[in-house]
Design a protein around this ligand. Structure first.
Ligand code: EPS
Length: 414
C-alpha cells in the first residue's frame, strides 16, 4: 500500500511531502512529476498567484539513478509567493518569534474553512486556517500521486480528465460528450483524453463550449463573483477485479468518491452516471454484457455496450473504463463582499477584497486525476503487489495470461 503525507502552508517557504510504500525499481524522474504540476496550472480563470508560482519538485530521497529504491520518497516544492509577493510572508509566517506586530486576520469568509477552523483550533488569528486549508496543498498531492500514476503507466493504465461545466455553461447530459470522449479513449486511452482537454483553455472537449465558458468567466469577474463546476475523470486499461464487494472499505466506488471529496472545495462525486441512474428504470441503466469481437474499450474477454456503471459493479472493476465525476463549489474568496462578523469584536462586517481565482475547476480536474490514480494504484497493489516492479509484473502477467489467454505487455503509456 502506498501512503503519503503533505505538510506546508500556502504562504510559507515550501510545501513538502513523503510517499511511502512505493515498490523498488520503478523508473521515476522529476519530469514525471513536473509535467503534471504544470498541468495543474492550466485553465482560464486563475488569479494573480498563477503568475508567481513556477512549481518544480525537488526530490531529496528514495530515488537513485532515476529508479525508486523502495524507501520513502521525499519532495519539496517552493512557494514562489513567499519571496515574490512583497506581502512580508517571511515575517508573517515565521517559524520562530511571538508574532508581535503582525496584524491578525479576523474576518472569516463564508464558505471557507476560516470560521470552522478558528473555532476548532481556538486560534485568535484566521491566518493559519487560511494557509493550511488552501488548495495550494494540492500541488504536493499532485507530486505524491504522480508516483502512483507512474506505476500504473507501467501496466498500460492511464488516468485523464476533462471539464464538462463551469457555472452556468457546459454540457447538460453525458450523451453530449461521450462520443467525443470514447473516440479519444479508443485512440489513445485516458492519456489522449487529457492531452485533448489540455489544448482547451477550460479543459473542455469542445471549442465553442470553451469560448462560451471564457465569456462566462469574464462576466463573472466583472460581477466580482466566482464559479464552480463539474469535471470527469476517466481511467483506462484497468483490469477487472480491482476492489471488492466483500467488505465496505474495500469497495472501490466508495474509495473513489472519498478521493474526489478529499480535495478542497469538491462537494460531491458520482461513479459513472450515478446521479442520472437514480432517475431511470433498471433496463435503461444496467450495461448489457457482451463477449468477443463486439467489444469497445476494455481488457479481457467480456465487455459492455455502454458504461453507465462507470466500470465498477459491486465495488469491483469490470474491465470497462472507470468514470468518476467531481462537483466543485464556487471558490469562497470573492471580490464581492459577503456578510460576515469580525471575530475580535463580534461586529457585523462585509468581507474584504482579496486576490482570488474566479474559478479553478480546470485545476481541480487535474488534481482529481492524481487522487484517483492514487486510489487505483492501491487497489492494483492490493491485487498484484510486490516489493519491486519486476515482482509486481510477474503477478500481473500471470493473471493477464490466465484471464485473456495471452501475455499483454503494454508500452509505457505515459
Ligand atoms: C487559494 C487561494 C489562492 C490560489 C491558491 C489557492 O492563493 P492566494 O490566496 O495566495 O492568492 O492561488 O492556489 C494555489 C496557490 C495553487 O498552487 O493552486 C485558496 O484559498 O485555496
Amino acid at each position: 500500500m502506498i501512503r503519503y503525507l503533505t505538510s506546508g502552508e500556502s504562504h510559507g517557504e515550501a510545501i513538502v511531502g513523503v510517499v511511502e510504500g512505493v515498490p523498488a525499481r520503478l523508473p521515476l524522474t522529476p519530469d514525471d512529476i513536473n509535467t503534471h504540476l504544470a498541468r495543474r496550472w492550466l485553465g482560464y480563470g486563475r488569479g494573480g498567484r498563477s503568475k508567481i508560482e513556477n512549481d518544480k519538485v525537488h526530490i531529496y530521497s528514495g530515488v537513485r539513478f532515476s529508479e525508486t529504491l523502495g524507501s520513502p520518497i521525499s519532495f519539496r516544492i517552493d512557494n514562489g509567493a513567499y519571496e515574490k509577493d512583497k506581502a512580508g510572508w517571511p515575517e508573517k509566517m515565521a517559524v520562530d518569534g511571538d508574532g508581535a506586530g503582525i496584524e491578525k486576520v479576523t474576518l472569516p469568509r463564508p464558505g471557507h474553512a476560516d470560521l470552522a477552523g478558528l473555532q476548532k483550533y481556538e486560534f485568535e488569528d484566521i491566518r493559519p486556517v487560511i494557509d493550511r486549508s488552501s488548495a495550494r496543498e494540492t500541488a504536493m498531492r499532485v507530486a505524491c500521486c504522480s508516483v502512483a500514476r507512474r506505476l500504473l503507466n507501467e501496466f498500460g493504465i492511464t488516468v485523464g480528465s476533462h471539464v464538462v461545466r463551469i457555472g452556468d455553461v457546459g454540457f447538460d447530459e453525458p450523451e453530449d460528450w461521450v462520443e467525443r470522449r470514447n473516440a479519444l479513449l479508443r485512440d489513445g486511452g485516458a492519456r489522449a483524453l487529457y492531452e485533448a482537454a489540455d489544448e482547451s483553455a477550460t479543459r473542455m472537449l469542445d471549442d465553442d463550449m470553451t469560448e462560451r465558458c471564457i465569456e462566462h468567466i469574464e462576466d463573472t469577474k466583472k460581477q466580482r463573483d466566482s464559479l464552480g463546476g463539474i469535471y470527469e475523470v476517466v481511467v483506462t486499461g484497468v483490469p477487472p477485479g480491482l476492489g471488492s464487494y466483500v467488505h465496505w472499505d474495500r469497495r472501490l466506488d466508495g474509495q473513489l468518491v472519498q478521493a474526489i471529496c478529499s480535495i478542497q472545495a469538491q462537494k460531491a462525486a458520482e461513479v459513472g452516471d450515478g446521479v442520472r441512474n437514480a432517475h431511470r428504470p433498471g433496463s435503461k441503466v444496467h450495461d448489457p454484457i457482451i463477449h468477443g469481437d463486439e467489444r469497445d474499450v476494455s481488457t479481457g474477454p467480456y465487455a459492455r455496450r455502454r458504461n453507465h456503471a462507470g466500470g465498477i459493479e459491486g465495488g469491483t472493476t469490470n474491465g470497462m473504463p472507470i468514470i468518476v465525476r467531481g462537483y466543485m463549489k464556487p471558490i469562497p474568496t470573492l471580490i464581492k463582499p459577503l456578510d460576515s462578523v469580525d471575530t475580535e469584536t463580534d461586529e457585523a462586517q462585509p468581507t474584504r477584497y482579496e486576490r482570488s481565482d474566479i474559478t479553478s475547476v480546470p485545476a481541480a480536474s487535474t488534481v482529481a486525476e492524481a487522487t484517483v490514480a492514487y486510489t487505483i494504484a492501491n487497489a492494483f497493489l492490493e491485487k498484484y503487489g510486490g516489493d519491486s516492479l519486476p515482482a509486481i509484473r510477474r503477478h500481473w502477467e500471470a493473471d493477464e495470461e490466465a484471464r485473456t489467454g495471452e501475455t499483454n505487455r503494454p508500452d509505457d503509456a505515459g
